[in-house]
Design a protein around this ligand. Sequence first.
Ligand SMILES: [Zn+2]
Ligand SMILES: [Zn+2]
Length: 168
Amino acid sequence: MTGPLLAADLVTLVRRGWDVDAATAVLDAHEIRRAELNERGGEQLREWADQIVPVFLAVTVDERCGAINRLLAVGASRPYLTTHDGLRPHLHFAPDAQDVVARVRAVTAGGLALFIVESDGARLGACQRDRCPVVYVDTSRNGRRSYCSARCGNYDAVRRHRAPVSRR
Ligand SMILES: [Zn+2]
Ligand SMILES: [Zn+2]
């Protein structure tokens, strides 16, 4: 699940306002190894996050698949199975020796592709609240999430409730 969640956090960051320290913190939070970004790496990662945006904003399944295919065309590397540290067999999407940007490209592109196979093309989205930059992976039971948080959902509900009544 690292790929889609990491992708969502990178996209949210680029929509909110890219910052290289915040990007490093995102990589750390998702346990990406050797996550230090130099200036060039930070710029490449920002460009990559820009390219992931359409995956979360896509309206149709075909659009979403097309957006992920474009990521795979650039980011796919050589996946392999591993059991390191006594873990159950799991997939690494790129050799460990690759630089951090290449590994992040591989794990986000590959992870999103696998996720979309399992989710029938759904369960990725952007918060419906006006001007909220957050995109999300919908892990809810019914898969009908529209907001990043209860807070954004409540805000919109209250606003609809107070919708202006026409005055004369
Ligand atoms: Zn691992
Ligand atoms: Zn929101």
